[in-house]
Design a binder for this molecule. Structure first.
Ligand SMILES: C[S@@+](CC[C@H](N)C(=O)[O-])C[C@H]1O[C@@H](n2cnc3c(N)ncnc32)[C@H](O)[C@@H]1O
Length: 195
């Protein structure tokens, strides 16, 4: 059985982007402090590292995790099986925007395509209830969201403009209570559904 740290290190060597250590610590503490969180939907599985970290917190946690890349799906399933978590973590090979479920989730962890955050939120909203949480990572995107001169890449700049609009819109959205943790991870946004 591989240690979770080993899974992380292998992925990092291959430049597969995973949540930063302080971000994952924040996410895990958030879940630990709220015993009502049992059903989690994750968008963006990669190799299954964050899903395994979340599932390790309590035995009553189940996770549906969505991944568009076939190679990642295979690797995540292998890692999850090796850790003996295949009865609690279910990897779906799908675009997150096409995923449908009759379940209601306690927490949505959104870590897939950054330019789609608003669409994910609206797509998953019917699978939430008043009191569900949505957590988004990479809201700062390496500081480029607030300081576009840090990048000269057109598609990065397009994406960070969308992230900026998402953040501005969400802070005014009356369906949610929003808290932004700018200094944690790559900028973490927590939404609690209140309507
Ligand atoms: C930052 S990585 C996820 C890291 C993972 N949550 C962790 O910390 O261990 C983002 C993943 O989202 C996947 N992805 C991108 N667009 C997606 C989409 N539309 N639907 C599902 N997955 C997507 C990518 O293939 C990539 O593996």
């Amino acid at each position: 059985m591989k240690e979770l740290n080993e899974i992380k290190e292998i992925a990092q060597k291959e430049h597969i982007p995973l949540m930063k250590d302080d971000g994952i610590q924040f996410l895990c503490s958030f879940i630990k402090e709220r015993l009502s969180i049992m059903k989690i939907l994750e968008a963006g599985t990669a190799v299954g590292y964050s899903a395994l970290m979340m599932a390790s917190l309590r035995e009553n946690i189940t996770i549906d995790t969505l991944e568009i890349n076939e190679e990642m799906v295979k690797r995540a399933r292998d890692n999850i099986k090796e850790e003996g978590m295949e009865d609690r973590i279910f990897v779906y090979h799908t675009d997150a925007l096409l995923f449908e479920s009759a379940k209601y989730y306690d927490l949505f962890f959104i870590d897939a395509a950054k330019s789609q955050y608003f669409r994910y939120l609206n797509h998953f909203y019917p699978m939430s209830y008043v009191g569900s949480y949505f957590i988004f990572d990479n809201i700062n995107f390496h500081g480029i969201v607030e300081e576009p001169s840090l990048s000269h890449n057109r598609s990065t700049l397009q994406m960070t403009r969308k992230l900026k609009r998402f953040k501005e819109r969400i802070l005014k959205d009356e369906r949610f209570k929003a808290t932004f943790y700018s200094e944690i991870g790559d900028g973490i946004l927590v939404l609690e559904r209140i309507k």
